[in-house]
Design a protein around this ligand. Structure first.
Ligand code: ARG
Length: 444
């Protein structure tokens, strides 16, 4: 075997060093090493149990390597083509040439996608936990402010009063959908491709159910060509990450707007703001802006993978090596954004008086005035017209008489109190919503 690679017999000339460097994936797929060791171990265990080869020495060495890797006494390094080549080189250093029996009935094509699926399943769980932490930060602020209210907006114009807790929980529910989506993506990834070989399966009697079981997958592949070519799980991973980033960008946008003096609804904690090198007065919401700015990266990762897959013939093609940097980048980016937003949201303080002041604008009660006029017997069209005219001071004297007695009952407090049905923005409804939100976090 030539240095750093698992092939070479049919070549008479050395590879151009530029080809070597161009094709090397070790700089990023070294991250799959713990999974690769696990998969190799499961494969050799199955080969041994099936009487195909005797691999107890290999199994012990792989186990040892896994422990050293976890403890940090073994690190992935060298000029190897990829992580699989590194594993085999290290194994051969430890147990000699028998290490290559590891490759019986197995190709890097089924190996890499098995590693990648395991990484994806673990990352879904990690991102779900991080999502829950950000939800917890939003819920904590909602619980801290059960009575505060502010204008709710449509078209970025003041529309109707809403409770602050209701507004914060709107972001909570978007993240709740993301948390559930991580479970669904994990299920998609939960299918073991090991045994598909390079593309056609093996002449050895692979016990694919056994390797799937050893690796904790709940099912194995139906078709060897599909098994090595399928990256749907990675597309779904990137799609879920993109959508969650978009949710975070919407939250971030409001943190930026609300912390600026035009809105003035919240004050960022010093520990989550940054200053300007020139303007001494500045306290900038950089964490929120950077999150907004990083959406493009993650959506770019999704488009990157989709473009790799378009018109790709069956089965494995080297293009597929590019799937992993996209997924790793999206995972790291989303994880970091969830982390900083959780910190930023928990630490900020809301300026309740500014919010109440902004909600005191009588225009916010125009709908409630129209509703009151309907209760007094007008059709909705007439009520809408009258409430609209009242806004611009154009009621006739007679109309004024119809409207005036109702004004006393049209207050922000009443407007909120009356929005009591499930899902509405008033205190009774939000109290029930808070309970359901708490239950989601307890469920895990
Ligand atoms: N580094 C490769 C990847 O990430 C591993 C599979 C390589 N297979 C091959 N036949 N060259 O996809």
């Amino acid at each position: 075997m030539s240095q750093g690679r698992l092939w070479g017999g049919r070549f008479r000339q050395p590879t151009d060093p530029r080809m070597d460097a161009f094709g090397r994936s070790l700089p990023w797929d070294g991250r799959l090493a713990p999974f690769d060791l696990k998969v190799c171990r499961a494969h050799v265990t199955m080969l041994t149990e099936s009487g195909i080869t005797e691999g107890s020495q290999l199994i012990a060495a792989l186990e040892q390597m896994g422990q050293e890797l976890a403890a940090g006494t073994l690190t992935v390094q060298g000029e190897h083509e990829d992580v699989h080549s590194w594993v085999e080189a290290e194994l051969s250093r430890r147990v000699g040439p028998d290490s290559s029996n590891l490759r019986i009935g197995r190709s890097r094509n089924d190996l890499v996608v098995t590693d990648f699926r395991l990484w994806t399943m673990q990352s879904c769980q990690l991102l779900k936990r991080r999502t829950r932490a950000t939800q917890r930060a939003l819920l904590g602020q909602a619980e801290r402010h059960p009575e505060a209210y502010l204008p709710g907006y449509t078209h970025l114009q003041r529309a109707q009063p809403v409770l602050l807790s209701h507004h914060l929980l709107a972001h909570f529910w978007a993240l709740e959908r993301d948390a559930k989506r991580w479970d669904a993506v994990r299920d998609e990834a939960d299918c073991c491709p090991l045994g598909a070989g390079a593309l056609a399966g093996s002449s050895w009697p692979m016990n694919t159910a056994r390797t799937a079981e050893l690796l904790g997958f709940s099912r194995s592949f139906e078709n060897s060509l599909d098994a090595v070519a399928d990256r749907d799980f990675a597309v779904e991973f990137l799609s879920a990450a993109s959508l969650e980033m978009i949710h975070l960008s919407r939250l971030s946008e409001e943190l930026v707007l609300w912390s600026g003096s035009e809105f003035g609804f919240l004050e960022l904690h010093d520990s989550w703001s940054t200053g300007s090198s020139l303007m001494p007065q500045k306290r900038n919401p950089d964490a929120a802006e950077l999150t907004r700015g990083r959406v493009g990266r993650v959506v770019g990762d999704l488009v990157n993978l989709l473009t790799q897959l378009k018109a790709l013939p069956l089965a494995y093609n080297r293009d597929l090596q590019e799937d992993k940097p996209a997924a790793f980048d999206a995972c790291d980016t989303l994880e970091a954004c969830l982390d900083v937003l959780a910190g930023m949201v928990s630490a900020c303080s809301f300026r309740l008086e500014r919010m109440a002041e902004a909600a005191a604008d009588p225009a916010l009660l125009a709908t409630d005035l129209a509703d009151a006029l309907v209760r007094a017997g007008h059709s909705f069209a007439v009520a809408h017209e009258l409430a609209g005219k009242a806004q611009v001071g154009e009621l006739s004297a007679e109309q004024e008489q119809q409207v005036a007695p109702l004004l006393a009952e049209v207050t922000v407090e009443r407007a909120l109190e009356s929005r009591a049905h499930p899902g509405a923005a008033g205190p009774q409804a939000v109290a029930r919503q808070l309970e359901r939100a708490r239950a989601c976090l307890e469920e895990q």
